[in-house]
Design a protein around this ligand. Structure first.
Ligand SMILES: Cc1cc2nc3c(=O)[nH]c(=O)nc-3n(C[C@H](O)[C@H](O)[C@H](O)COP(=O)(O)OP(=O)(O)OC[C@H]3O[C@@H](n4cnc5c(N)ncnc54)[C@H](O)[C@@H]3O)c2cc1C
Ligand SMILES: NC(=O)c1ccc[n+]([C@@H]2O[C@H](COP(=O)([O-])OP(=O)(O)OC[C@H]3O[C@@H](n4cnc5c(N)ncnc54)[C@H](OP(=O)(O)O)[C@@H]3O)[C@@H](O)[C@H]2O)c1
Length: 435
């Protein structure tokens, strides 16, 4: 029987698979290859706005949570860059996203087996091996780990207008832009909307005639970073969430939205201070307007520019707003990559077409049990709100490594959590198992 040329092929080299690649380094006699369509490692470059901060502790890097001795930690990076003492003295509340991106790129350069300029086009299974077709040829593998990230969420009303004047925020830095004299509408009240609004208000792309920031949320709501909110970003909570009845999960995710998708309090402070400065201390004129509680439901071309139709949920009325430029900060959606199409009928999906994953992030499929497909960052609905975030990335990679290798390469057990998330029934069941 033909043997696969690799033990694992990872598709996508963002933080998720970079973490997996770093944690697989100590595993000997295991042949890996990671493929990415980009020309080199680059973390969300289209949104690397000046001053943007990481929303997570730098300790939640690629490896530290499961192997603080790894040479691929953020602290190793600081030491290698000879800035350890400066970093400690700086006492950042949150580090800059650009520094974390530089750390990630530093790790990517040091790892073997990462291949860039390599878009994957199709993956099939020949009965024994996965066959991975990319622009650099065909390779075979026993196992896969798919981590291709999320796709820009483009509302239907925007589809026919997409271009230089109406674009998703993830493209804002992809070309030079001059908004001088233009009316700009920013749609979306998450962290991206806040960062884009701030950058526009600070004049990063020129001086706009006006900047209107529209949010569907009732207010510009903060990210909840308090102690017990952060308990949700722990392995124990993830396990408890995973065990919830499927019907309970969507409303729990909704309830917890602001713990992952709120706006960083530091960004809100910066925006408020800028507004104060412009309204009271400069010339007393501000061309900025904040419009929460509004949902955009239509976009029409006008003789001069565009008209956005919004529903004002606070008063229950429809409104309209003119704009020359519309920046869509409307988030991301998880799509099953097209290259998995040949395997589509073999993968177990829920009623929304989302692949079903087991506890260890393995896809349920009808192939042989020693041929596994893992997926990272596509299971918010089944594994909880931490899944798309960096918080549990190292822990998740270690769980995958242990499952893949079939032994405890990493000890990922934790002490009992501060909060008792376990139901009485679950506690009884685990007591029975222990006995
Ligand atoms: C601007 C921004 C800032 C964020 N900041 C934080 C933060 O501070 N804290 C936090 O916890 N979370 C943050 N997140 C959320 C999350 O941590 C990131 O989105 C993170 O990048 C997810 O990593 P990933 O590897 O799963 O996906 P991605 O980083 O999206 O990487 C996916 C990779 O797959 C590649 N790819 C896609 N299709 C193919 C293909 N067919 N063939 C080959 N390669 C392919 C892409 O080129 C890309 O490199 C942020 C998200 C955004 C958008
Ligand atoms: N510096 C950083 O660390 C950084 C930077 C950017 C992003 N991120 C992270 O990346 C993730 C994605 O953030 P994001 O801001 O891009 O997406 P997001 O949190 O999903 O926010 C999208 C926003 O768009 C709104 N929206 C969608 N359709 C709309 C419509 N038709 N009209 C009005 N508003 C509409 C949503 O409203 P509803 O809430 O009502 O759906 C939501 O407020 C988050 O976890 C975020 O924290 C981090």
């Amino acid at each position: 029987m033909t043997q696969p040329s690799h033990d694992l092929i990872g598709v996508g080299i963002g933080p998720s698979n970079l973490s997996l690649a770093a944690l697989l380094v100590p595993v000997t006699n295991f042949r890996t290859r990671f493929l990415d369509r980009r020309s080199h490692f680059n973390w969300h470059p289209g949104l690397m706005l000046p001053g943007a901060r990481l929303q997570t502790s730098f300790l939640k890097d690629l490896v530290t949570a499961v192997d603080p001795t790894s040479p691929h930690s953020f602290l190793s990076y600081l030491v290698a860059k000879k800035r350890f003492y400066d970093f400690v003295n700086a006492a950042f509340d949150n580090i800059g996203r650009s520094e974390f991106a530089d750390y990630l790129a530093w790790v990517a350069k040091r790892l073997d087996g990462l291949h860039f300029s390599c878009p994957v086009r199709e993956i099939d299974f020949d009965g024994t091996r996965f066959v991975v077709r990319s622009d650099q040829g065909t390779a075979t593998t026993a196992n896969l780990c798919i981590a291709t990230g999320n796709t820009a969420n483009l509302p239907d009303w925007a589809n026919t207008h997409l271009g230089e004047r109406c674009f998703h925020a993830s493209e804002i830095l992809q070309q030079s832009r001059d908004i001088t004299g233009k009316r700009v509408a920013v749609v979306g009240g998450g962290q991206t909307g806040a960062e884009v609004f701030l950058a526009l208000a600070q004049g990063l792309f020129g001086t706009a005639a006006s900047v209107n920031w529209i949010s569907r949320r009732p207010n510009f709501d903060p990210l909840d970073e308090t102690h017990f909110a952060n308990e949700i970003f722990t392995p124990d909570y993830l396990q408890r969430f995973f065990d919830l009845p499927e019907g309970r999960k969507p409303c729990v995710v909704d309830e917890q939205k602001l713990k992952s998708d709120g706006i960083s309090p530091s960004t809100l402070r910066e925006i408020y201070h800028l507004l104060y400065q412009l309204r009271h201390l400069s010339n007393g004129k501000s061309n900025l307007s904040l419009m929460p509680g509004r949902e955009v439901f239509a976009l029409q071309k006008q003789a001069d520019g565009m008209s956005l139709s919004t529903r004002n949920h606070m008063v229950g009325e429809d409104e309209s707003l003119s704009a020359d430029i519309v920046v869509l900060c409307t988030g991301y959606r998880t799509l099953v990559p097209e290259f998995l199409e040949p395997l589509a009928t073999r993968i177990e999906s829920d009623n929304q077409g989302r692949p079903q994953l087991n506890r260890n992030f393995g896809v349920l499929w009808d192939g042989p049990s020693d041929r596994r497909i893992y997926m990272q960052n596509c299971a918010r609905h089944s594994h909880g709100i931490a899944d798309p975030q960096l918080s549990l990335m190292a822990w998740r990679s270690a769980a995958i490594v242990n499952d893949l290798i079939g032994r405890r390469v990493y000890d990922i057990e934790q002490c009992p959590p501060v909060v008792n998330w376990q139901s009485a029934r679950q506690a009884q069941e685990s007591d029975t198992v222990a006995a």
